[in-house]
Design a protein around this ligand. Structure first.
Ligand code: GLP
Length: 243
């Protein structure tokens, strides 16, 4: 395994470390194209980026961004949408023009949105750095475990475990959308550099599969990262010890 693993003292330090990878990337290449992630784990990465921006350490005005995924049926204007998540946690406070960002819409006709997603992913440049979280199911983006994985942008049926895990962001599990539009595994793997952040007891089995076992399996999609040339996994000591 050639993955780089950064073990930190705490989740907060993991967020700082992941943010530093992004800051370094943008300092090195101000017109970087960033692949971004939502979810509870990535949430605390963004304040470190916003702080660095406010302190004048990094300028995000020339970056472009593409997000991993969105729930099908989700209105981009809804406070639960990943567009809203990104706008209030990162784009707005870090001075990023919305025109330079793309978060898939869960409201558009699927084939139109898939086409647009592909244009945003591949027109003029490739993703320089992709930030990832990981699901309890082992998903990256919303690529759920199964007999096979999908390379390109597609609509994915969410795993029961994902619906259960993400129900904390909704009034009830019944309110969690059942499908999502997501980058495929091939799209994710095309990023120049990948930074995955994980924390918490419920991610132990997935991190064991990623860091301890030598297997690559569609049943745990995150294990595909073992084939990436430049993947960095950021975890806290507690998770590292358990995995
Ligand atoms: C979410 C996102 C993923 C994210 C993962 C982890 O549902 N679609 O991109 O990486 O699941 O979520 P969390 O960090 O909340 O555990």
């Amino acid at each position: 395994i050639i993955m780089k693993v950064i073990v930190t003292k705490s989740y907060e330090e993991s967020c700082r470390a992941a943010a530093n990878e992004i800051i370094t990337q943008v300092q090195k290449k101000p017109e970087s194209k960033l692949g971004l992630a939502t979810g509870g784990t990535a949430e605390q990465v963004y304040p470190f980026l916003v702080d660095a921006y406010k302190e004048g350490k990094v300028d995000f005005s020339r970056i472009t961004t593409v997000n991993l995924d969105e729930y099908i049926g989700m209105d981009p204007d809804s406070p639960q949408s990943y567009r809203s998540y990104m706008a209030c946690r990162f784009f707005g406070p870090a001075g990023i023009d919305a025109a330079n960002t793309y978060v898939p819409s869960g409201r558009n006709k699927a084939e139109d949105e898939i086409q647009l997603f592909n244009e945003k992913l591949y027109e003029d440049k490739m993703v320089d750095l992709q930030l990832l979280g990981v699901g309890v199911s082992g998903h990256i983006g919303f690529n759920e475990p199964g007999e096979k994985l999908t390379a390109g942008v597609h609509i994915e049926k969410l795993d029961e475990s994902t619906i259960a895990a993400n129900s904390r962001f909704f009034d009830s599990p019944d309110d969690v959308p059942k499908e999502a539009i997501t980058m495929g595994i091939g799209d994710i793997m095309k990023a120049e550099k990948i930074v995955l952040i994980a924390t918490g007891e419920n991610k132990v089995p997935v991190m064991k599969a990623l860091l301890t076992d030598d297997e690559i399996t569609c049943k745990i999609p995150a294990t595909m990262l073992k084939m990436h040339r430049d993947a960095t996994i950021v975890i806290d000591a507690e998770l590292a010890k358990a995995a």
